[in-house]
Design a protein around this ligand. Structure first.
Ligand code: CMC
Length: 378
């Protein structure tokens, strides 16, 4: 009998001391470096938030200007990396392409000295700057279009839209996306951030660590839920079908995508903010029938499962926002990733400052001390 007890999914087990972000799952509070996300999404920009996450303080105007200039330069992809993305199979999922592209970014970037603050910093900034360009590049390639290089003078969200379409981005679309990036930038010790820290703990650079994290984010229980939410709303089709659809799900013991969270036992504050963002955008760009289905689904699920702490999470409204921006459903999770890399890199830097290789224990359940049987006797 083992004296250690297994906690499935390491639920509630601290994996690190961190000062990057804070969650209160009962009260529905999320803060980045002590600042509530409501205030950041209302007043800030994604770059300001990325700086805040990396360095712990809001930047001064001159710090932010220099950071933006740096990101602008680090956004430019070397030709070898563009050629690599152009050679990817078009049938691949954009998250698979992103995971490979981040590893590729490491192959074309200066070697990182993890003991040197400037080297760490430069690599973290390169990941934050380049990831949206990597996502947009594969979008173009798989649609059979030419690669569009980033444009000087544009910020992260605007530049992503530019790299997707090769046209000046719409102001409402860029502002909405900027806000969505803020809301997705960081979220304590979730599965992908943990994966990033685990890979980093072997003294790996942020390219490899973020590539590993993107693999973890891809799964349907994590970031992959957002594209499934939209497909789910499409399958339901009409508000009159919601109750019967939910009953069917319950009978088959299937989960409703976009609901539930390991930590939040109330409505995810990011879902609340994304809902506000969605309704503001629908006011400007026109409504979508899927939003009515979403509202009805929220009402039904909350009535049936709210008492068990199951409420909408961040992925419930984000897809509606991205669909309205004209983005492909399977690019929703890469958008989550291109925001979250600022959180990953902040955790990676924190991990490097006080690193200890992750090497948890296991509870062995197998046989022991067996006698080897030669192949002719089996
Ligand atoms: N729909 C129906 N039932 C649910 C749901 C849901 N979305 N979520 C949890 N439950 C039920 C589950 O079936 C289980 O019931 P029972 O005790 O009868 O077997 C109970 O609640 C506990 O579920 P769990 O999966 O063990 O709980 P957890 O704390 O590990 O859940 C979760 C977290 C996110 C994995 C889960 O809520 C889920 O699978 N949700 C759907 C996928 C989703 O929307 N993921 C996005 C998460 S937020 C963004 C992100 O992290 O990327």
């Amino acid at each position: 009998m083992s004296s250690i007890e297994l906690v499935p999914g390491l639920a509630g087990i601290p994996a690190a001391e961190s000062s990057v972000s804070f969650i209160d799952g009962q009260a529905g509070i999320l803060e980045y470096r002590g600042y509530p996300i409501e205030a950041l999404s209302e007043h800030s920009t994604y770059e300001e938030v990325a700086w805040l996450l990396l360095y712990g303080e809001l930047p001064s105007a001159s710090e932010l200007a220099a950071f933006n200039k740096d990101l602008e330069e680090l956004r430019v992809l070397p030709d070898a990396l563009v050629a690599m993305i152009q050679a990817f199979p078009k049938t691949g999922h954009p998250m698979q392409a992103l995971q490979a592209s981040l590893a590729g970014l490491g192959m074309v970037s200066p070697k990182v000295n993890i003991k040197d603050a400037d080297s760490r910093d430069q690599a973290a900034r390169r990941v934050i700057a380049a990831t949206p360009v990597l996502v947009a590049a594969f979008e173009r390639v798989r649609a059979g279009k030419e690669y569009v290089a980033p444009k000087a003078g544009l910020r992260t969200a605007e530049n992503f839209l530019w790299c997707l379409d090769g046209e000046a981005p719409d102001e409402v679309a860029a502002k909405t996306l900027d806000c969505a990036l803020i809301l997705h930038a960081e979220h304590t010790m979730n599965a992908s951030t943990f994966a990033c820290r685990v890979v980093g703990s072997t003294e790996n650079d942020p390219y490899t660590s973020c590539s590993g994290a993107v693999g973890a984010l891809f799964g349907p229980l994590h970031g992959g839920a957002n594209e499934r939410v939209l497909n789910q709303l499409g399958t339901i089709g009409d508000i009159s079908n919601v109750e019967a659809w939910f009953e069917g799900k319950t009978e088959r013991k299937e989960k409703v995508m976009g609901f539930g969270h390991r930590v939040y036992k109330t409505k995810d504050p990011r879902a609340k903010n994304l809902q506000i963002l969605a309704t503001e955008m629908f006011g400007k760009l026109g409504n979508t029938p899927k939003y009515d289905v979403a509202l009805k689904l929220e009402q039904v699920v909350t009535e049936k499962l709210g008492s068990r702490g199951i409420y909408p999470n961040v992925d419930f409204f984000s897809g509606l926002v991205y669909e309205k921006l004209g983005l492909d459903t399977d690019v929703f999770t890469p958008i989550f990733a291109m925001a979250r890399v600022s959180g990953y890199c902040s955790h990676w830097c924190e991990q490097m400052l006080d690193n200890k290789l992750f090497r948890p224990a296991q509870i062995y359940k197998g046989e022991r001390e067996r006698e080897y049987v030669s192949i002719d006797k089996r």
